[in-house]
Design a binder for this molecule. Structure first.
Ligand code: ATP
Ligand code: MG
Length: 428
């Protein structure tokens, strides 16, 4: 990416009403644009981060054997009738509209009912099961308050996965594998240490659902964390009886603020029964399909990461999700500029993502933007390169300058991303 071609520059000021740190930083650094409260556009840099997060999730979901699809955002009232969830008194965040012929249409806030409708005509035999599908999709929720930047949007990106099973054991097996896959996702985006599997309300379906909560002062939830056991309890289910059941001691728990980055649900047979989704088992007997559903807030995750990794100079991206590995700039005239042009071509030719600051502005401004954007490595081509062939390299997280030749530079910046740990880890 040549910065001279990027119209979505860094900004000195952010919208006055913006309160959330993630939104302030992401807007200033040119990652997002605010359309209105709770509605943001992803600019070229922001979209790269979103896509990098999606790639990690996609690798992990594919490794579970789930298949990617993409469902429509438009939903019909009939689909939601069997569970009663079309009713605004039951679900208070619906966006709805009407077709020209007067028929009701809803904008998808969840796809549990639509996926079951889809499955109803397709899953007929035990031979069709187990099965799992997932998507990355825009969800619409008419949230009462949207003051947390991309952490709570009225439109946001979710990864939702649905698994159809023959019985509770089969469901549980997939559920537990997914829990592990989720932990790998949060590890790979850099939030491993601060994200906890959290016991939360299971609604009317099961006793618990499991949330994945990242500890952050900007979180809207309160959880109680057992740091040594690496689990937590959401305040909504926090009481003596539950703690005893989970084998937790009050004295080991720390009350903290956290953001829900993921939530997994075990519906058992209930949705299948409600929505008439049955299959014939080995003995020709009709059985309800068991449903489990698994969400990750992709855009919320970007916001939580921005809140978690920053300093007074700006954002700090984990190499696995940074929009580029290298921020490249030249100091000086023709000679260094053509050396920087050449390095840009070599790096991109070697598969290294580079933001090349080829704008006609002062070096100080470029340094400030490199830090604000939070790119892992800053590489400077100066007169020194012309003299001794060394580039000047600095990590975003350090003030130490290194001077490396091309070979050493390539080695350093090519090695920053993990290469899909999931498959490796799953074998052992
Ligand atoms: P919350 O309690 O924060 O409102 P939820 O429990 O209603 O979220 P789910 O239906 O479980 O959310 O959605 C799956 C995931 O989508 C959540 O774990 C969260 O990460 C994300 N998410 C939910 N609502 C929003 C939103 N308004 N903006 C951004 N991400 C969201
Ligand atoms: Mg939830």
């Amino acid at each position: 990416m040549r910065l001279s071609q990027n119209i979505t520059k860094t900004l000195k000021n952010v919208p006055a009403e913006e309160q959330a740190i993630n939104a302030k930083l992401l807007i200033r650094a040119g990652y997002i644009h605010k359309e209105m409260a709770g509605a943001y556009s992803y600019l070229p840099l922001g979209l790269r981060v979103i896509e990098n997060i999606k790639t990690i999730i996609r690798e992990e979901m594919n490794a579970l054997g789930s298949l990617e699809l993409l469902m429509t955002s438009l939903q019909s009232k009939d689909t939601w009738r069997p569970t009663g969830r079309w009713d605004d008194k039951v679900v208070d965040i619906w966006f709805k509209s009407q077709l020209k012929n007067g028929a009701d249409v809803g904008f998808g806030w969840s796809h549990e009912e639509p996926i079951m409708m889809m499955a109803r005509s397709r899953i007929t035999s035990y031979r069709d099961l187990p099965a799992s599908v997932y998507q990355f999709q825009t969800k619409f929720r008419n949230e009462l308050r949207a003051k947390s930047g991309v952490m709570r949007g009225r439109e946001f990106i979710m990864k939702d996965m649905y698994t159809f099973s023959r019985n509770q054991d089969e469901l549980d097996e997939f559920y537990n594998r997914t829990k592990e896959a989720y932990l790998r996702v949060f590890e790979r985006v850099g939030l491993g240490e601060s994200t906890y599997v959290t016991f939360a309300s299971g609604g009317s379906f099961t006793q618990f659902s499991h949330e994945f909560q990242t500890v952050t002062a900007s979180g809207e939830d309160t959880i109680y964390v057992d740091e040594s056991k690496r689990i937590a309890v959401n305040e909504e289910v926090y009481n003596d009886e539950i703690l005893a059941q989970l084998g937790l001691n009050k004295s080991d728990l720390k009350q903290v603020k956290a953001a829900e980055v993921g939530n997994i649900f075990n519906f058992g047979a209930i949705k299948g029964e409600q929505m008439d989704v049955y299959f014939n088992d080995e003995f020709g007997k009709k059985q309800p399909v068991y449903l489990s559903s698994y969400g990750i807030g992709v855009s919320r995750l970007m916001g939580v990461i921005a809140e978690h990794f920053n300093d007074e100079r700006g954002l700090i991206w984990h190499p696995n999700i940074a929009p580029a590995s290298v921020y490249l700039l030249a100091i000086g005239k023709e000679k260094t500029i053509s050396a920087a042009d050449e390095l840009y071509n070599i790096l991109t030719g070697n598969g290294v993502a580079v933001i090349y600051d080829d704008r006609d502005v002062r070096p100080g401004e470029k340094f400030a933007d490199a830090d604000l954007m939070g790119i892992p490595w800053r590489v400077v081509v100066s007169e020194q390169f012309i003299e001794n062939g060394h580039y000047e390299i600095k990590a975003r997280t350090s003030d130490t300058l290194k001077h490396l030749n091309l070979t050493a530079l390539l080695e350093l910046v090519s090695d920053t991303k993990d290469k899909g740990t999931s498959q490796k880890k799953r074998k052992d």
